[in-house]
Write a protein that binds this ligand. Structure first.
Ligand code: ACO
Length: 378
């Protein structure tokens, strides 16, 4: 065999073409199907972005109304799935979401239909049902009964309503809406790649999304927002940030919420969360969380910019959730809820032009060893 080139971590390897999103990591640019993330974060809604991703274009008013009605009509989850969530009430909410999506497969009439039309329908159902799973598990683990969906609220508002039982104000709904927009799609990131690997065996969408959730959970991917908030709480006050970071970095640790495989400039999604974290902190009389994060960004991590290490989407997200009263272990499930349309689109692309994902490993172990019967082993 010719010389083997080992592409560890598939770094800089293109696995296929895609029309889902464009990422230019050198300048920090992100487009969903051609539309700049800044325009979408400032002017659009999550419902519109779902349409953009799954139907390849921004909707007309009637199309948006239809999609919105579909989402609102599909928010309920079967009682059996709620029973499963009761059984796993003590698990991490991300594990509960993974289990919940897996259980939903048993009740989806189109589970094994991988046609583009059925995959869109299933993706919309899972997008609508996901928040109900997360909210029901959260309430059950706190000793409360689940709150059913509120058809008067949009996707983001209804999720917050099902978590707390109270209708959130417009501003809070919009914060969650923007957060979902920013997390909706991001090319071949690890969890979308994982979902594509599952789809590439012609397995079903529910299985692919279960894979995506499992991959997203890790602290080097979606788990960073939770870790950032824990870090901010450990630091306590901005003046402690320098010493905390020094100790961590000197011992070979990493500052969570910094660095990205593709972005070597600022992650364009971070801008929107930075502004909102500052505004919300000031409004709620808790500016110190933003000050701690900003100190870390502006003072401690400046030398790392020459290595292409800047804040990523997870750095400011946690402080917003925290200020909204959302516990840290819900941060990753919220990321996952935003990403369901993106995972769905990646699977549709994979099914449409499928090739089995099956890379090689260069074996470096022993060869041709003699098998010794167990009685004769020393
Ligand atoms: N803090 C300090 N140093 C860092 C950080 C960080 N957050 N991230 C990378 N580095 C350093 C590494 O130690 C390494 O240094 P070295 O060359 O001296 O060994 C160098 O930068 C390159 O790091 P790699 O791990 O090779 O880069 P990779 O592209 O594989 O890593 C990753 C990307 C995993 C995201 C990394 O930056 C990281 O661990 N960040 C912290 C976790 C995090 O925030 N994850 C969320 C990413 S965004 C998302 O998934 C939604």
């Amino acid at each position: 065999m010719a010389d083997k080139e080992i592409m560890r971590g598939l770094k800089d390897v293109y696995i296929d073409t895609s029309e889902a999103s464009f990422v230019d990591g050198q300048v920090g640019k992100l487009l969903y199907r051609g539309y700049n993330i800044h325009d979408l974060a400032e002017k659009s809604t999550f419902e519109e972005v779902i349409h953009l991703l799954l139907y390849a274009g921004l909707p007309r008013k009637d199309q948006l109304a239809e999609l919105d009605a579909t989402l609102r009509a599909n928010r309920e989850i079967p009682d059996e799935v709620v029973q499963v969530l009761r059984l796993v009430k003590d698990s991490h909410p991300m594990d509960a979401l993974r289990t919940g999506v897996s259980a939903l497969a048993a009740f989806d009439p189109e589970v094994d239909d991988n046609s583009p039309e059925a995959t869109v329908r299933k993706g919309l159902r899972l997008t609508a049902q996901g928040p109900t799973v997360v909210a029901a598990h959260h309430r059950i683990r706190n000793g409360n009964e689940p709150v059913g969906p509120n058809a008067d609220l949009n996707h983001a508002g209804n999720f917050l309503y099902m978590l707390s039982g109270a209708v959130p104000d417009e501003e809070t709904q919009r914060l969650m809406d923007v957060d979902f927009i920013l997390h909706a799609e991001h090319s071949s990131n690890a969890s979308s790649f994982g979902a594509r690997v599952t789809a590439s065996t012609l397995s079903d969408l529910h299985s692919a999304i279960v894979t995506g959730i499992g991959v997203l959970k890790g602290p080097w991917h979606g788990g960073a927002a939770e870790a950032v908030m824990k870090m901010a709480q450990d630091i306590g006050q901005p003046e402690n940030a320098e010493e905390y970071a020094r100790k961590l970095l000197d011992s070979g640790g990493r500052i969570m919420g910094f660095g990205h495989r593709v972005y070597k400039a600022e992650d364009p999604r971070a801008r929107h969360l930075r502004t909102r974290s500052q505004e919300l902190g000031e409004k709620m009389g808790e500016p110190h969380w933003f000050q701690i994060l900003r100190y870390m960004e502006e003072k401690v991590m400046v030398p790392y910019r020459s290595k292409g290490i800047y804040v990523n989407v997870d750095f400011f997200a946690g402080s917003i959730y925290h200020l909204l009263g959302i516990p840290e272990d819900l941060f990753i499930p919220i990321f996952a809820l935003g990403r369901i349309p993106g995972w769905t689109l990646q699977c549709i692309e994979q099914y449409e032009n499928n090739i089995l994902m099956r890379p090689l490993l260069d074996y470096t172990g022993a060869m041709d060893l003699e098998y010794v019967p167990i009685e004769q082993r020393g």
